[in-house]
Ligand binder design. Structure first.
Ligand code: ZN
Length: 385
């Protein structure tokens, strides 16, 4: 990844280059990323620049052996860490290095427009929340104690650093404060409030803003050459600077479609049940199927469903209060939203919103998923009546 291919403002690239040239680049960087921004690409481009054998003043060469290794994310001095967990292929003691091939494919296929949700969907982890765990931290310390393979920079990227396991994080404090010479740590996160302050205070902050609408449209046209310019511009407006969202809209993304369908089934069944007068009228198989489908997923996906539902409830509110144009939604979402037209009052929506928030709380604290979602279902049915 060269700087020229990174979709962030030129001023950010210039700032990093200036720090490199003046020898003032901090050993620990924190990239605070807006959703759907190109933060990971920027981190890789910086690493590639530091290791390039023939760099110009403002970019790596893209051709030397080091740059080629970087292009495949396979440079021996590039160390990638990301949330991981037990998966179908990694049955025990998960750590980033065991899932590195999956992560490389994921990042490269998505042109480095990546977020935790899409990664979690690839991991298909079981009932554990993915994290950058204690084994990862031990590996960082180990590599940090070794010499670089190629006598240039060792680059450590901690992607989704908010998933750094709390009890493991303190292991890194000393390393972040006094890394070995020519080591650079780049932490990337969209949720800095979930990172220990003791970690953040040891890093240099760089804010990565969302993309401009024109950049989003530009990227869409590059990726989908048959799309017409007006459609690209429309999608860019809905996506609001988040290229991952723009891509989902453009492709009728499967993950997104699955969430929309699940929302329709779960909330639709709950609302339908609210209007039944006798037990005999309830289609119980459909109800239990709606709940079972969610419970069968991993915890992180259950949270994803609830967070998505919170967004949909906001959209129902906007739709039902005559502000349909304000809701930025995909076509699939709008179809489901139409089913709720006029069915829920403001007070009901806000109560259901609160119930979903509580469910997020319980799921993230390892509450029994079957109980949490069954309870949520019946509570919604009660509120919607
Ligand atoms: Zn090079």
């Amino acid at each position: 990844m060269q700087f020229k291919d990174v979709y962030v403002d030129q001023s950010l690239k210039d700032k990093l280059l200036g720090l490199v040239h003046s020898g003032r680049i901090a050993h620990a960087q924190f990239f605070l990323a807006q959703p759907g921004s190109h933060a990971l690409a920027l981190a890789i481009a910086l690493g590639q620049y530091l290791c390039c054998e023939n760099p110009t003043d403002n970019d790596s060469c893209g051709e030397c052996p080091s740059c080629r290794q970087y292009a495949g994310l396979a440079h021996p001095d590039l160390h990638l860490y990301f949330p991981n967990c037990i998966t179908e292929n990694v049955k025990k003691e998960p750590e980033s290095s065991k899932l590195i091939n999956e992560f490389r494919d994921f990042a490269i296929n998505k042109n480095f427009f990546v977020n935790t949700n899409s990664w979690v969907n690839i991991l298909k982890g079981e009932n554990k929340q993915p994290s950058i765990n204690i084994r990862d931290c031990s590996n960082i310390l180990y590599h940090n104690s070794m010499r670089a393979f190629q006598n240039r920079y060792k680059v450590y990227i901690l992607w989704a650093a908010d998933k750094l396991y709390r009890d493991a994080a303190p292991k890194l404090l000393k390393t972040l404060e006094e890394p070995e010479d020519k080591s650079i740590f780049i932490l990337i996160s969209e949720e800095p409030d979930k990172i220990l302050n003791t970690i953040l205070s040891r890093t240099q902050l760089l804010k990565i803003p969302k993309l401009q609408d024109s950049e989003v449209a530009d990227l869409l046209l590059k990726e989908f050459p048959t799309m017409n310019g007006d459609d690209a511009a429309d999608i860019a407006i809905i996506a609001d600077g988040d290229y991952i969202k723009a891509h989902q809209i453009a492709t009728d993304d499967e993950d997104e479609a699955a969430l929309v369908e699940q929302f329709g089934l779960f909330f639709g069944s709950a609302c339908a049940m609210a209007n039944r007068r006798s037990l005999a009228e309830i289609n119980y198989p459909a109800v239990s199927e709606a709940i079972a489908a969610i419970v069968a997923q991993g915890r992180e996906q259950q949270k994803q469903f609830l967070v998505f539902s919170l967004g949909m409830l906001r959209n129902i509110l906007l739709n039902n209060t005559g502000n349909r144009g304000v809701a930025k939604v995909t076509r699939g979402e709008q179809t489901v939203l139409d089913n709720f037209a006029g069915k829920l009052q403001l007070k009901q929506i806000s109560q259901i919103y609160e119930l979903c928030n509580k469910a997020v709380y319980h799921i993230m604290r390892n509450g029994n998923a079957s109980l949490v979602f069954t309870d949520l279902f019946f509570q919604i049915a009660k509120v919607a009546a």
